[in-house]
Design a binder for this molecule. Structure first.
Ligand code: SF4
Length: 233
């Protein structure tokens, strides 16, 4: 399988509806949002684009053993400790895919600056736009790797993030030791939180006979790769 790979300039679109959702407006109430708020959301999304420094890094590891107590060993000599539920969902996985994405520091700085100047609403909207951007960049990376490996008839598991569910956030350290996302500007603090904060890390299982499979239904409408030959109309 592929060695560690870096993707620079992940080109994604920030969905207005998603930003509104992160701001606490449920989909069925979107028509009730004032035109002033909608205008601010659209303006802050436009402010966000030039601030995005979306990058990702990923690597495949070959799984050598999976134990019922939650230990996963790889042929490269790494060991992960997950929980029993994750072990069940990774049944028959042959590879472990490690991924980290970020949108960089610029949005974070702009949000702080807005707060400093007393522009609280704009700061919150820009922050929500950044959250949507990093999540969309993560989905794009999942989609990219799924498409890239589609000919191999490989199936992918859902994704697991250190610190979510009951997976210990300390496993973040292991992902960082292997992937070294510092190369794309992401560091880990002593509490295992990432800097820039608008960064995501996760693992997935991959295998020809994986039982619990998941495919990221990423829509081309959120992708800004203008020259992609596979774009669906
Ligand atoms: S345009 Fe569509 S098919 Fe092409 S990379 Fe973007 S999301 Fe994937």
């Amino acid at each position: 399988m592929e060695k560690r790979k870096i993707i620079n300039q992940i080109k994604i679109k920030i969905a207005e509806q998603e930003v509104l959702r992160y701001l606490g407006y449920p989909q069925d109430l979107i028509h009730e949002i004032s035109t002033d708020i909608k205008k601010i959301v659209r303006e802050e999304i436009e402010q966000a684009y030039p601030l995005l420094e979306s990058r990702g890094i990923y690597q495949f590891l070959d799984i050598s053993s999976v134990f019922a107590n939650g230990i996963i060993m790889t042929k490269q000599g790494y060991q992960f400790m997950v929980n029993k539920k994750t072990i069940d969902l990774l049944k028959n996985a042959e590879y472990l895919l490690l991924m980290v994405v970020t949108i960089g520091l610029k949005i974070e700085k702009a949000v702080k600056e807005n707060f400093r100047q007393g522009n609280h609403v704009r700061a919150m909207v820009l922050d929500a736009a950044g959250t949507v951007a990093v999540k969309t960049a993560g989905q794009w990376l999942n989609h990219f790797i799924e498409e890239k490996n589609s000919r191999e008839d490989l199936k992918f598991s859902r994704y697991f993030e250190p610190g979510s569910g009951d997976w210990d956030i300390k496993e973040q350290k292991q992902i960082f030791e292997i992937l070294r996302p510092e190369i794309i500007g992401i560091t880990l603090n002593p509490s295992f939180m990432m800097n820039p904060t608008k960064s995501l890390s996760w693992i997935r299982g991959i295998g020809h006979n994986l039982i619990n499979t998941y495919r990221d239904e990423f829509s081309c409408q959120y992708c800004l790769l203008s020259n992609c030959p596979f774009r669906k109309k």
